[in-house]
Structure formats: structure tokens, C-alpha cells
Design a binder for this molecule. Structure first.
Ligand SMILES: NC(=O)c1ccc[n+]([C@@H]2O[C@H](COP(=O)([O-])OP(=O)(O)OC[C@H]3O[C@@H](n4cnc5c(N)ncnc54)[C@H](OP(=O)(O)O)[C@@H]3O)[C@@H](O)[C@H]2O)c1
Length: 255
């Protein structure tokens, strides 16, 4: 019998597309989820795997149930909650509907999809969940307050689930990348961010490889890259008010 299927959200670009490639390379069938159907089809055509594409907008609170229904009958061995967006600006001045979408996509959808797919995995005593958070999860983030807070939610949620799942044959892993070269900054209109200055920007393929390996090893958490690991170790020791000042500078425009 072949392996089951891997469901990847946000598979139309960046880290999600690379994670989908790794799953396909390992012999998993794929269910790819995102809004841009054309990009999903292009990726599907390049993979040597059986692929189903689901066009869904995860800012819609009904999307997780629709995806679950669409995937019914396919045993999902791997669930990768990767889709995510950022909104930049002084919180008091940002558009609430954009903020509400961010909270839905970055927090509610991953929790809802996990709640939908996890019971089947536990019943089969087999399954892996990978949640893509960020090093933003470890620090407060002025000018991107909800993004940083949403990643803190995902980190805490994933680590708690990982503990609950001990002995069930199912694992949950949270991947925390630092700045990574993808369409993320362009999509959020923040290509001028100081985060992209300097030499600490990783390639999406490398970040995906680190996350995929940690998921396969059943690790609860992995930070992508030695430099990011050291920086987050330092962040744990620093006062939160000081961290907020540092991220305020990083989230400002580099121009
Ligand atoms: N790039 C970084 O520096 C960085 C650092 C740390 C963490 N991360 C995290 O990594 C994850 C992947 O981001 P990326 O860097 O690979 O960025 P990306 O290239 O912009 O990919 C984001 C993915 O999310 C999907 N997405 C966005 N809004 C969606 C919606 N409403 N419904 C369904 N799918 C949606 C996009 O697909 P469609 O537009 O086709 O819907 C796309 O496939 C995110 O969770 C992000 O927070 C990124």
C-alpha cells in the first residue's frame, strides 16, 4: 500500500510550494490549497504525484469545513498549515477587515483544520501536523502587532497539541522561520522592511527542508537556521520592552 496524502495550505508559492515538493518527492499524494488556482495547477503539473487542487480563501470561516468535505475519503497523513499573511501599520490606523482576515487565516483556520483532521489521524494512530509559525512568535512586533501575536498563538497551540498527542502515534511540529525569500513581503506591501536588509534572509527551499525533516522526526518545534536559533535564544533573556523596540526598528521601512 502506498503512503496516504499530504494536505498543504498556501501551496501556491514560497515555503508551502517547497513543502509540497518535498512531500511529493517522498511519495505522498497531495491536496494543495490556496486562492490562486492557476499557480496550484502549475505546481501540480511539475510534481510526480497524484495531486488534487482545492481553491479556497482561508479568510472565509467556512473554508476549513469545505476543505475537509472536499478531502473526504482521502486519508490525510500529513496536514501542513502554512498559509499566512501580514498587515503592516500602526494598529489604530489599519483596516479592521484586513486584520480580521489575518486572524482568521493565521490562527483560526490552522486550529479549525487541525480540529477537523486530527481525530481521523488519532483513530488511525498515525499522522503528522506541521504548523508554519515564525521567529515573530517569540517577540512583540510593533507595526505588525497582530502578525506577531498570531504566530505566538500558533507556536503555543502547536506545542500544546504536541504534548497532548504523546503516545498516540500522531505528532505536531511548529516551524519558526526567520526572514525568507518568498512572495510574502510583496503580498503584504512591505518589501522595504528593514527585516530584508542584511544577510539573514534564507531560501524557501532550505526553510522547507528544515521544517519537513523536523516534522518527520516528530520534533515539537524547530527554528530555521543557526543564526535565527541564536537570536531567539538571546530574545528569551532580554526584557520584552527592549525586544519591542528592536522589532519596531526591524518592521520599519529601510528606505
Ligand atoms: N517569508 C518570510 O520571511 C516568513 C518568515 C516567517 C514565517 N513565514 C510564514 O511562512 C508561511 C508561508 O509564507 P511564505 O513566506 O511562503 O509567503 P508567500 O509566498 O506569500 O505564500 C503565502 C501562501 O499563503 C497563501 N494564502 C495567503 N492568503 C490566503 C488566503 N486568504 N486563503 C488561502 N491561502 C492564502 C498564498 O496563496 P494565494 O495567494 O494563492 O491564496 C500563498 O500560497 C506564512 O505562514 C508566513 O507567515 C514567512
Amino acid at each position: 500500500m502506498g503512503k496516504g496524502a499530504a494536505l498543504v495550505t498556501g501551496a501556491s508559492s514560497g515555503i508551502g510550494a517547497e513543502l509540497a515538493r518535498l512531500c511529493a518527492g517522498d511519495g505522498y499524494d497531495l491536496i494543495l490549497v490556496a486562492r490562486r488556482a492557476g499557480r496550484l495547477r502549475e505546481l501540480a503539473a511539475s510534481l510526480k504525484a497524484s495531486v488534487r487542487c482545492i481553491t479556497a480563501d482561508l479568510s472565509d470561516s467556512h473554508a476549513p469545513e469545505a476543505i475537509y468535505e472536499d478531502a473526504r475519503g482521502v486519508p490525510i497523513d500529513i496536514l501542513i498549515n502554512n498559509a499566512g499573511i501580514a498587515v503592516r501599520g500602526l494598529f489604530a490606523e489599519t483596516d479592521w477587515s484586513a486584520q480580521a482576515s489575518l486572524l482568521q487565516i493565521n490562527m483560526v483556520a490552522p486550529a479549525h483544520l487541525t480540529r477537523l483532521f486530527l481525530p481521523d489521524m488519532v483513530r488511525r494512530r498515525s499522522g503528522r501536523i506541521l504548523n508554519v509559525a515564525s521567529t515573530a512568535a517569540f517577540v512583540p512586533g510593533p507595526f505588525m502587532a497582530t502578525y506577531y501575536a498570531s504566530k505566538a498563538f500558533l507556536l503555543s497551540f502547536s506545542e500544546a497539541i504536541a504534548n497532548e498527542l504523546k503516545g498516540t502515534g500522531v505528532t505536531a511540529t511548529v516551524l519558526c522561520p526567520g526572514p525568507t525569500r518568498t512572495e510574502f513581503f510583496q503580498a503584504a506591501g512591505i518589501e522595504d522592511s528593514n527585516l530584508l536588509q542584511g544577510g539573514n534572509v534564507m531560501a524557501a527551499a532550505e526553510v522547507a527542508r528544515i521544517g519537513y525533516r523536523a516534522m518527520m522526526q516528530g520534533k515539537a518545534q524547530v527554528i530555521a537556521g543557526a543564526r535565527n536559533r541564536w537570536m531567539m535564544r538571546g530574545a528569551r533573556l532580554a526584557p520584552r520592552t527592549m525586544l519591542a523596540e528592536v522589532t519596531r526598528r526591524l518592521n520599519s521601512s529601510g528606505k
